[in-house]
Write a protein that binds this ligand. Structure first.
Ligand SMILES: [Zn+2]
Length: 279
């Protein structure tokens, strides 16, 4: 028996914005390469520019884990190894808000029932302005600061200081999320979840050492637009979505308005296309 499977693409929704560090940010790189500098823990850097950046995988992983907790999903999948397990949630249910957005591999490879991720998260690089500002930092490493953290032996009271490299507070990274529209009935809910996650991220932490004050970020949405199939065919312009007043957060009331507007616009565009095709 053959099963026909289609995954139509109706368009894309793009969300652009900035992540502003309100505290030092630590996303670890390879510690081996910089051992001479004497730092125990270094940040990840772009190999060409040497600038620190936030890998898309780190941001995506953080957003996914926030959504898993938001919906109280069971951590049923080991993405690591038996000796070094990394538990997370994964299922093949298209109604699952987490796996629908962020993807899930098929439990049985032959069945082909994996859910491809609907959202792409790009690597986040320093904005031009922030790059100039950080270039002037005094210290051993370009664009970053060193922070000394102290472990205290509870019995001998001996201190065990170690130096941690962080991106300093005030640094600003640009982010972009691209949502692929495959199912018109879930656009509104998916976008609302994405925007809610960006808002939640502000009250959580990105990268390492969150409980010790690292990784606080402010999220600002600077542009949101819908690109229909017509946009890619050159017959329609992109549709800009309404944003809240400058500087305000991504979540809340504005998130609902934006999600509804995107869903309405896409539904109309697809209905128009269907009507035209029938004529
Ligand atoms: Zn799931």
């Amino acid at each position: 028996m053959t099963t026909t499977r289609t995954k139509q693409l109706h368009g894309k929704v793009l969300l652009h914005g900035t992540l502003s560090c309100r505290s030092g940010l630590r996303i670890g790189g390879s510690d081996g390469e910089l051992a001479i500098g004497g730092l125990d823990a270094t940040v990840i850097r772009d190999p060409l520019t040497r600038q620190p950046y936030i890998p898309g995988s780190s941001l995506k992983g953080k957003l996914r884990s926030l959504l898993e907790r938001f919906f109280d999903k069971e951590f049923n999948h080991n993405g690591g190894t038996p000796n070094n397990p990394i538990w997370r949630h994964e299922c093949a249910d298209p109604a699952c808000p987490v796996c629908r957005l962020f993807g899930a591999s098929s439990p049985s490879r032959e069945r082909g029932d994996n859910l491809p991720a609907r959202v792409l998260v790009s690597d986040c690089f320093l904005t031009e302005e922030s790059e100039k500002e950080l270039a002037g930092i005094e210290g051993g490493m370009p664009y970053t600061e060193w922070k000394t953290e102290n472990g205290l032996d509870r019995i001998t009271c001996a201190a065990n200081p170690r130096q941690i490299e962080r991106v300093p507070a005030g640094a600003v990274f640009a982010f972009s999320l691209v949502y692929a529209v495959g199912d018109l009935t879930t656009v509104k809910e998916d976008l609302l979840h994405l925007l809610t996650l960006l808002r939640l991220l502000e009250d959580d932490a990105l990268g390492g050492g969150g409980s010790r004050g690292n990784g606080r970020v402010g999220v600002t949405l600077t542009a949101a637009e819908v690109r229909t199939r017509g946009f890619y065919l050159g017959t329609e312009p992109a549709k800009a979505l309404p944003l809240a007043a400058e500087g305000s957060l991504a979540g809340g009331e504005n998130a609902r308005t934006l999600s509804e507007e995107a869903a309405r616009y896409l539904a109309t565009a697809v209905a128009t296309k269907t009507t035209k095709a029938a004529q």
